[in-house]
Design a protein around this ligand. Structure first.
Ligand SMILES: NC(=O)c1ccc[n+]([C@@H]2O[C@H](COP(=O)([O-])OP(=O)(O)OC[C@H]3O[C@@H](n4cnc5c(N)ncnc54)[C@H](O)[C@@H]3O)[C@@H](O)[C@H]2O)c1
Ligand SMILES: CCCCCCCCCC=O
Length: 927
């Protein structure tokens, strides 16, 4: 390819082109090269462990140990396995031969496919991308990986980039992800007839049988389901169990959720998060219409959904319509294994099937009667970690598989090889025209007889072939031909019948009489041979004729169990089998003394009525099993019984003490009012509020009514005492009015200044002016808060008449000051002696113009009555707001005219500021 063409390609085309070019150099084919690349990959994973774990912590809040535990350790194991076994996997694989190919080389040669495209998913991004890559490298391919060197370029990107990538030609596409995209991948692959592996998902069922250890089963299910926050392709999607087990399953799962992830999984480092908000919303929507038994907590901004169990879920519920792929675990009830099998078979074939049962027969039956990508009994997910098992889906859950040698084979072409010699052409005559019935007979014999002769057989067959070749050349006449062949064959056909498994050579072609060739037979029988089981390890060698005798004792020969249990096995395995495994072996039960066959004995164990056992409730009692049922139900002090009142279960020996405190224990009202249904927990409330005979206080007790009567008589009292209650209430109102006044005064005192300066803001000035002008409402005189001339000084107050007072009425703003009775008056000099200034502040912006405040100052004349010591109590009328001449302060009726006020910014934002300053020049306090 020229440079120009390469430069004009898209990024994806370039990546594929680079990989193909590198593949075509042939360097990825050498085993040394593949092993070096695998070791490099291993080093990379080990060196980058920390970064890999950190990345997944960010994406899925995976804990630091989670990634090595569930992804990279497995990959290291896969690489080591491939490095160790590559020579064997890549070597030619001899296959069994037929009589037609006995002298040929017949074998399978695994060969690389070319360029493999690996498309991974996000949930276990390393396991599902590097896993297939290991298979691809081991098989000698180049690979393009979607999520670097030349041979394995990484193309990152989303849908657009993947679609561009898919336009290229690959020799295999290995896709991991959802089925919808899987179909797109296959469609693209079809264009180039590219073989495809689809690792998809599905709803993996989990059947929990009533015959199993529920505590252990639920611990394993809770682990498998909530690992990676449920975002595992083979996570148990839903549970099937009998209705009577549902509550216990929920309790056990709940217990394990708490053990694994604490009371608050939001704070637990081992509990992950949903990958993004789109999936968060999808999962939350799946909850619709189902009952949450445990969990359900969520937080969209943190992509958090707590471990959630749904109960009594119906098959048509939303959560049952798609793969959940999140931490929601629905439980559906079925009547038993039969219905569970039916339920599973009515749906698409899942990626995994989980069966929890102590009954091996049931497990085998469920495996036989269902189909799924993989199946695990009594655990979850663990098949993923067994490299010798193929991992992949079936039907809707995918096609093709990987892990260990299966990945190697999947990404290799297993090429059939037949290498013949250009000799023995006579043997081929039967297939060449002219075709005859005799030739057809020979063809039938050679083609239909599938034999595995072992070394002895091979030797004999060779002899046969030689004879056959000679005969067919020398005796084209069919009669002579048959005779010669028959004579040669009869020497060993008898001997061949002796082993059960190795040789089965009957020649039903000819009915004619067979004449034994004694001499040939003797020669053959005298040949030195090895045992037919030499490859399995038997070291016996001797003359051919002794073989049969040897086989009757050979440890490697296959024999039937003498108990006729139908098992065939190596003779050396027989003692072990007969003692421990044989279903028909005879055994005596140590407890009841009865005799059983092995199978029956196994079933009898654990149920023998005469066996002495401890009580399952751990009460310490020991007895023969026969009486255990009776003991558990009616004698055991640790048996569980429901409380008659609250229905909760208690141990027998704690039931009595519980019932003495049970909140639901029925009680009688101490007033004997006869109300039914009173319990210990409701008694207090009943006596206080519900009991019709209880003595209650008058509802107006706060107002001072001391009347007490039975609850039923309260109505009458209220009617009779209306006047009393009204006058009590009016007293309350008066007291509260006085309190309010005092409080207001105290607040003003506290908020007033104590440095001889008052800055008083009058808001809504124009409205106030308008109101007093029209005399519609409001007071003529407005009062400032009280303030002090200095600490412990005179208590003063300023007042203003917006529409003027006296000579200023109607045209001016009038301002006055008055001395109020104060707390320290007894300590002060009288009459009030200080200079007083009033100012109306100009609110103009000082940055634009110098403010021109209006200020008036006076020094009080000692004779003025306004400045004599005030009488306590003189305040009342002023506080009321009405004008009292005698209480009018001293000041300026014409402080400023309304006209003047408009000229500058004396009024701004409809407010004015009046400032009063007391010029204190000497210390007054009498010491
Ligand atoms: N069988 C397995 O080994 C296995 C492993 C992990 C996940 N899964 C399954 O994968 C699913 C979750 O993964 P996901 O599909 O959400 O992962 P995803 O969104 O990461 O998609 C998988 C890959 O397909 C690509 N892709 C998406 N849309 C595409 C399009 N329109 N055209 C071409 N490429 C496209 C993505 O870029 C990504 O590389 C679940 O169903 C889960 O069970 C299966
Ligand atoms: C030991 C258990 C390993 C679990 C990891 C499962 C990865 C599955 C990939 C699909 O999501």
């Amino acid at each position: 390819m020229n440079d120009f063409l390469f430069r004009s390609m898209s990024r994806e085309q370039k990546a594929v082109e680079r990989a193909r070019k590198a593949f075509l150099t042939g360097r990825s084919q050498s085993l040394e090269y593949r092993i070096t690349q695998l070791k490099n990959l291993l080093r990379f994973i080990r060196e980058r462990q920390k970064e890999i774990a950190e990345g997944l912590k960010k994406d899925l809040r995976r804990s630091e140990c989670g990634t090595p535990l569930y992804e990279t350790l497995g990959l290291e194991n896969e690489i080591n396995l491939a490095v160790r076994n590559l020579k064997e996997w890549a070597a030619p694989r001899p296959v069994s031969k037929s009589m037609m190919t006995i002298s040929d080389q017949v074998y399978i040669q695994p060969e690389p496919l070319g360029v493999v495209l690996v498309i991974g998913a996000w949930n276990y991004p390393w396991a599902v991308t590097i896993g297939p890559l290991i298979g691809a490298i081991a098989a000698g391919n180049a690979a393009v990986i979607k999520p670097s060197e030349e041979l394995y370029p990484v193309v990152t990107g989303g849908v657009t980039e993947t679609q561009e990538l898919l336009k290229q030609r690959f020799d295999h596409i290995f896709y991991t992800g959802n089925g919808t995209v899987g179909k797109i991948i296959m469609e693209a692959a079809a264009k180039h007839l590219t073989p495809t592996t689809l690792e998809l998902g599905g709803k993996s069922p989990c059947y929990i049988d009533s015959n199993c250890d529920l505590a252990i089963a639920c611990r394993r299910v809770a682990w498998g389901k909530f690992l990676n926050c449920g975002q595992t392709c083979i996570a148990p999607d839903y549970i099937l169990c009998e209705p009577s087990m549902q509550d216990r399953v929920i309790e056990e799962l709940k217990k394990n959720i708490k053990d694994f992830y604490t009371e608050d999984p939001t704070k637990c480092l081992d509990y992950g998060r949903i990958i993004n908000q789109r999936h968060f919303k999808r999962l939350m929507a799946l909850l619709e219409g189902s009952t949450i038994a445990v969990g359900g907590e969520n937080n969209e901004s943190d992509c958090y959904i707590g471990p959630t169990i749904l109960r009594d879920v119906k098959p048509d519920a939303k959560v049952m319509q798609e793969e959940i792929f999140g931490p929601l675990l629905p439980i559906l009830t079925v009547s038993g294994a039969d219905e569970a099998i039916k339920f599973i078979n009515q749906r698409e074939k899942p990626l995994a099937l989980y069966i929890f049962s102590s009954d091996d027969k049931l497990i085998k039956r469920m495996i036989a009667e269902t189909s799924s990508g993989g199946v695990v009994a009594n655990d979850c997910l663990m098949h993923f970690s067994v490299s010798s098992l193929p991992f992949g889906g079936v039907g809707n859950s995918g096609m093709g598989c990987y892990h260990g040698k299966h990945g190697f084979d999947n990404l290799s072409h297993l090429r059939g090889c037949l290498i013949k010699k250009l000799k023995m052409e006579n043997v081929n005559k039967m297939r060449y025209p002219p075709h005859t019935v005799d030739k057809l007979g020979w063809a039938r014999f050679f083609i239909l007889k599938h034999v595995d002769f072992g070394s002895l057989g091979r030797m004999m067959l060779l002899a046969l072939m030689v004879i056959f070749a000679a005969v067919i050349v020398q005796a084209p006449n069919s009669m002579e031909f048959n005779m010669a062949l028959s004579n040669a064959l009869c020497a060993f056909t008898a001997d061949m019948a002796y082993t059960e498994s190795k040789v089965n050579l009957n020649i039903p072609l000819w009915n004619e009489e067979i004449f034994p060739d004694m001499e040939l037979e003797q020669q053959i029988l005298s040949l030195p041979i090895r045992c037919i089981h030499s490859e399995e390890g038997c070291r016996w060698t001797a003359q051919n004729k002794l073989l049969q005798a040897h086989l009757s004792v050979c440890e490697f020969n296959v024999v039937s169990c003498p108990n006729r249990c139908s098992v065939k096995l190596l003779r050396r395995e027989l003692p072990e089998h007969m003692q421990h495994d044989c279903a028909k072996r005879k055994l005596h039960c140590d407890h009841c003394g009865d005799e059983f066959t092995g199978e029956a004995y196994e079933n009898h164990q654990g149920v023998c009525p005469e066996e002495s056992v401890y009580c399952e409730n751990k009460c310490g009692a020991r007895m023969v099993r026969r009486v255990l049922g009776q003991h558990s139900v009616s004698e055991c002090p640790k048996r569980k019984l429901p409380c008659r009142y609250c229905k909760k279960e208690f141990l027998y020996d704690t039931l009595q003490p519980h019932q003495q405190q049970c909140p639901r224990f029925p009680m009688q009202c101490p007033n004997r009012c006869g109300t039914p249904g009173i319990t210990r927990e409701t008694l207090m409330a009943h006596v206080k509020e519900g009991c019709s005979t209880a003595m209650v206080l008058c509802p107006f007790r706060e107002a001072g009514c001391k009347h007490k009567c039975p609850k039923t008589a309260v109505g009458r009292h209220l009617e009779e005492a209306t006047h009393t209650h009204l006058s009590l209430l009016s007293g309350v109102v008066n007291r509260q009015r006085l309190e309010l006044r005092e409080l207001r005064r105290a607040v003003e005192e506290l908020s007033g200044s104590r440095d001889g300066t008052l800055l008083w803001k009058l808001t809504d000035f124009s409205q106030r002016l308008q109101e007093v002008k029209s005399r519609t409402s409001g007071s003529l005189e407005l009062f400032s808060p009280a303030f002090y001339s200095h600490n412990y000084g005179y208590r003063l107050q300023v007042s203003a008449f917006p529409n003027g007072n006296g000579s200023g009425e109607g045209s001016h703003l009038s301002v006055y000051i008055r001395v109020l009775p104060g707390e320290y008056d007894g300590l002060l000099e009288w009459p009030f002696p200080y200079r007083v200034s009033f100012s109306l502040l100009d609110q103009s912006d000082p940055a634009l113009t110098k403010p021109q405040h209006i200020t008036e100052t006076f020094i009080p004349d000692p004779t003025w009555k306004n400045f004599q010591r005030p009488r306590p109590g003189a305040l009342g009328s002023v506080r009321g707001g009405c004008l009292d001449e005698s209480m009018l302060g001293f000041g300026y009726p014409k402080f400023i005219s309304h006209e003047e006020m408009k000229k500058r910014n004396y009024i701004r934002d409809n407010a004015i500021f009046i400032k009063a300053t007391i010029d204190v020049v000497q210390k007054i306090l009498n010491s």
